[in-house]
Design a protein around this ligand. Structure first.
Ligand SMILES: [Zn+2]
Ligand SMILES: [Zn+2]
Length: 349
């Protein structure tokens, strides 16, 4: 089978690899499409140190079941599925409490060097990581379930309520997912701040008030757009500057969710936490329950969601897409790699 293999910094190649050898509890999925995540192309460039030479990445995927192991029940060949990439032990205290994202034996498909992940014709995973999707949805949207689940978990970590005034800092794929999740939770006052005009245009299309933080003072613009300072901020960038903005644009007692991983260390305005009683919470991935709920929600084809996919390539275009994303040479937000080639209607685009 063909797979996309990371060789080193700025070096990724399409190569022949052995087909996966699944165990009795595994399912083999024939990949339809896999999304390129920011963590993938920052791993490709070596910037984040979170990917490894020899690795087959890919954790945002959709496909059809090709075969099921002898011990697998309730799943059949041909079903449209996505994969929850969080492979957890399932038996420790946090797993039993439904918080698999804290499992000490956690392996994240496409992030850890092994097992080989979804930038491949075929991928094998435990049956417990398979989530079935409705046939009625456009198949490619299944690749958005994973990033959408990240956004859903982030707003829930912030204790989101319908009457919140929500500011999302950063309008990339995770910021877009937070915006969609806020709207899914019934929030009407949502603003997204991003320096990129194309990302602002996309977020505006998804129903957000959009703010250019270079042109305008973010705190003032947020209060104007939302009718007051933000009560909940999601920082989908995660550097000192954006956290500073999160505190400045939010009111006393606000909750600030740090989901972006832009820098390993940040500086905080300490008194904006202590004397003004803001709460800073971290967010990473999602629970299995949130992933399944998000898959069901994506299956309803929420309005505007198709706009989140703005690039489609086959194997031949995949290395260049990684390079363009890593070097900031494209305004595309989410590019999907289709092992069988992109859908015919998109050919040449
Ligand atoms: Zn990702
Ligand atoms: Zn566990």
């Amino acid at each position: 089978m063909k797979a996309l293999v990371l060789h080193g910094d700025y070096d990724i190649r399409v190569e022949d690899r052995p087909v996966p050898s699944p165990g009795p509890s595994d399912v083999v999925v024939a990949v339809i499409a896999t999304g390129i995540c920011g963590s993938d192309f920052h791993g490709y460039s070596g910037e984040n140190g979170r990917r490894h030479p020899g690795q087959i990445m890919g954790h945002e995927t959709v496909g059809r079941i090709q075969s099921v192991g002898s011990a697998v029940t309730g799943l059949d060949a041909g079903q449209l599925v996505t994969i929850n990439p969080m492979m957890v032990c399932g038996s420790c205290d946090v797993c039993l409490a439904g918080r698999g994202q804290w499992c000490g034996r956690r392996v994240v498909l496409g992030v850890t060097p092994e097992p080989p992940a979804a930038f491949a014709d075929l991928v094998a995973v435990p049956a417990t990581n398979i989530v079935v999707l409705p046939e009625s949805m456009p198949a490619e949207l299944g690749a958005l379930v994973e990033p959408m689940a990240v956004g859903y978990h982030a707003v829930r970590r912030g204790g989101i309520a319908a009457d919140d005034r929500v500011l999302v800092i950063g309008g990339g794929p995770i910021g877009q997912a937070c915006l969609m999740a806020a709207r899914r939770e019934g929030v009407t006052a949502v603003a997204v701040s991003d320096i990129s005009p194309s990302r602002r245009a996309l977020c505006a299309r998804l129903g957000a008030n959009v703010i250019d933080p270079i042109e305008s003072d973010l705190a003032t613009a947020t209060a104007e757009a939302l009718g007051g300072p933000a009560t909940l901020v999601v920082d989908a960038v995660g550097i000192s500057r954006t956290l500073e903005d999160a505190f400045a644009a939010s009111g006393l007692g606000a909750r600030i969710v740090l989901v972006g991983m832009g820098a390993p260390r940040v500086e905080l305005p300490a008194y904006a936490v202590s004397t003004e009683e803001r709460t800073l919470v971290g967010s990473f991935t999602y629970t299995a329950e949130e992933f399944a709920a998000t898959a069901a929600w994506v299956g309803t084809v929420p309005e505007g969601i198709e706009a989140l996919i703005d690039g489609r390539v086959g194997w031949d275009g995949a290395p260049k897409s990684f390079d363009d994303l890593a070097r900031g040479r494209t305004s595309a937000s989410k590019i999907l790699v289709f092992p069988q080639g992109p859908p015919a209607t998109e050919a040449g685009s």
